[in-house]
Design a protein around this ligand. Structure first.
Ligand code: ATP
Ligand code: MG
Length: 559
């Protein structure tokens, strides 16, 4: 696995926030004597950066109060959900460093929902309705007009019990009948205008088989799942605020003894990123990216493959903060957190992306020596690593020019530079091929400058990186830019907002042989180029690296 340490989940993120204040109040007033939360994704896609916030809030809140946090997969929609998504969700949560206390499904509570529905009918709080979807829309009214009661509103309890039972037995077709809560058609909150709580769907369910042909609506299943499961605080995003009155109504009227309490917080929105599974799926299906784990995607799987370390992602959501106010967080904050973490934690190595061969003509043929390169200047305790040096090396093609512009401190004829960790070399002469391109560069070295210092105190202005031509491997390096041109990619057609230059593939890079054999997700700083991670596309013959992030925020300048 990764050569980068993870965990930060021992810490309580978002210390001292309004959710904790509510919970403290509940504990003080005796509304609850324990704390339990849940993370409830619908397995209809991979998790994205926004879910990291929800996961962090749910798991660390439980942790703070020594409570438990379950993963509950919301499978109330019996449409074929994919095991691929279920497995990916579990993997992503674990990779972030959290372990659900239990892995449960919304469908575990279908019996409880059914019994609750019967209780509501018996109390005269629910009725079977024959209105079609279209009629129901007409009866529903609008934000400015009250709705009208359904003509079926006043069916007797006996009739409703009988019809609901027959719905369950499969005697009616989808759309023919629904079960609706009897609340208030003139409520200012549309969710309270006699919402549907059960619908007929003659679709077998992944987990329940063909036990049911009626399924509870999300707004009915969710509060019941929470409460039966023992969740005390049901933390969710603000779009559910308008559903809270219904959440509370269901639990009160169906007479659950210890109703859960819903508390909302603002979603995390990130510039240049999509935080909607449905939209991410469209990108995948439309071929705009190579898959859910394309390193340009703001999915957890994509960001992991890109080399973003889990602690940096948690640091990011924590810095983005927890509040009830809508905001869009700038992508550069995410990159700052990644860079900050990798600067302290990533091992240093050398890679040449655009190789130019250097032949040191006064270095003995056949000789190889070892020089030392610091593993990480921020962790001197790690010491250094040996790198081989010989007569033939590769440097970046851009580190040599025949006619240096003013301020160019790298190689040009007669100019001397320091090779990182190695010697001072001076460019003598570029040798050209028949196409007029440089084939190789002839240099000389000063044997007195081992380790990169000169005994006579002679200074050089430039230090460049290099790899030993006799001890390196070929690599493909993938350089990434923003996936979208528009900071708000959902502004208009997502596909029109794609950045055509979001991926640049460097085919023929040369990297230290030391890197060969490192595993996917191992992360390095390549001197002067940024942070990189080994990609799973690597083979024995050719390594593949993803650039995680550049060393500096080059984007800030471009804007
Ligand atoms: P999507 O629209 O991507 O399908 P969703 O809102 O339907 O996402 P689910 O996967 O059903 O999300 O929800 C899992 C949990 O994650 C919910 O509690 C939801 O509130 C939360 N969540 C989803 N998106 C965000 C976000 N951008 N920021 C914070 N929390 C989020
Ligand atoms: Mg959803």
């Amino acid at each position: 696995m990764e050569n980068i340490e993870k965990t930060t989940n021992e810490e309580v993120l978002f210390e001292g926030n309004f959710i904790h204040d509510f919970i403290d109040e509940d504990l003080r007033e005796g509304n609850f004597d324990r704390v339990q939360t849940r993370f409830p994704p619908e397995p209809n896609g991979y998790l994205h950066v926004g879910h990291i916030k929800a996961i962090a809030v749910d798991f660390t809140t439980a942790k703070k109060y020594n409570g438990i946090c379950n993963l509950r997969l919301d499978d109330t929609n019996p449409q074929k959900e994919d095991d691929e998504y279920v497995n990916a969700i579990i993997e992503d949560i674990r990779w972030l460093g959290f372990e659900p206390d239990n892995i449960l499904y919304g469908s575990n509570y279908f019996d409880d929902c059914y019994e609750a529905a019967v209780r509501l009918i018996k109390k005269g709080k629910a009725f079977v309705c024959d209105l079609s979807a279209e009629q129901m829309r007409e009866y529903r009214g609008s934000l400015t007009e009250p709705g009208k009661e359904s003509p079926y509103h006043n069916r007797t309890v006996e009739e409703n019990l009988d019809l609901f039972e027959r719905m369950r037995k499969g005697e009616f077709e989808p759309g023919e009948k629904t079960l609706r809560a009897k609340i208030d058609m003139s409520s200012g909150n549309l969710n309270m205008r006699d919402p549907i709580i059960y619908r007929i769907m003659k679709v077998p369910h992944d987990r329940c088989g063909d036990k049911w042909c009626i399924y509870p609506m999300y707004d009915f299943n969710h509060p019941i799942s929470d409460t039966v499961e023992g969740v005390t605080h049901s933390l969710c995003t603000l779009e559910f605020e308008d559903h809270r009155p219904l959440y509370d109504w269901v639990l009160k009227e169906a007479e659950f003894e210890k109703p859960s309490r819903q508390i909302e917080f603002a979603r995390l929105n990130l510039s240049y990123a999509l935080t909607s599974k449905r939209r991410c799926l469209a990108l995948v299906n439309g071929g705009a990216v190579t898959g859910w784990d394309d390193p340009r995607m703001a999915t957890i799987a994509g960001m992991r493959r890109r080399g973003y370390p889990a602690p940096a992602l948690l640091d990011f959501v924590s810095k983005a903060g927890l509040s009830k106010t809508y905001s869009v967080v700038d992508y550069s904050l995410l990159e700052f957190c990644v860079r900050d973490y990798l600067n302290t934690n990533a091992e240093r190595a050398m890679a040449v992306l655009k190789p130019l061969k250097v032949v040191i003509e006064n270095y003995p043929e056949g000789k190889t020596e070892e020089v030392s390169v610091e593993i990480n200047p921020n962790k001197p305790e790690l010491g250094s690593r040996k790198v081989t040096f010989s007569r033939e090396l590769y440097i970046e093609a851009d580190d040599f020019t025949e006619v240096p512009p003013k301020g160019y401190h790298r190689l040009s004829p007669g100019k001397e530079v320091r090779l990182k960790g190695g010697y001072y070399i001076t460019a003598q002469k570029a040798v050209y091929n028949e196409n007029g391109d440089i084939d190789h560069l002839i240099c000389t070295y000063d044997p007195e400058t081992a380790g990169g210092t000169s005994p006579d105190g002679r200074k050089v202005k430039g230090t460049i990186h290099w790899v030993d031509a006799n001890n390196c491997v070929d690599a493909e390096v993938r350089l990434y830019d923003r996936l979208f041109k528009n900071p708000n990619p959902s502004d208009g057609e997502v596909f029109d907002n794609l950045n055509p230059d979001s991926l640049t593939v460097v085919e023929n890079a040369k990297v230290e042989k030391y890197l060969h054999g490192h595993a996917p997700l191992d992360t390095f700083q390549f001197l002067r180029h940024g942070y990189f991670t080994v990609d799973k596309d690597s083979t024995e013959e050719k390594m593949v690296f993803n650039r995680t992030v550049t060393l500096k925020d080059s984007w800030a300048k471009q804007k």
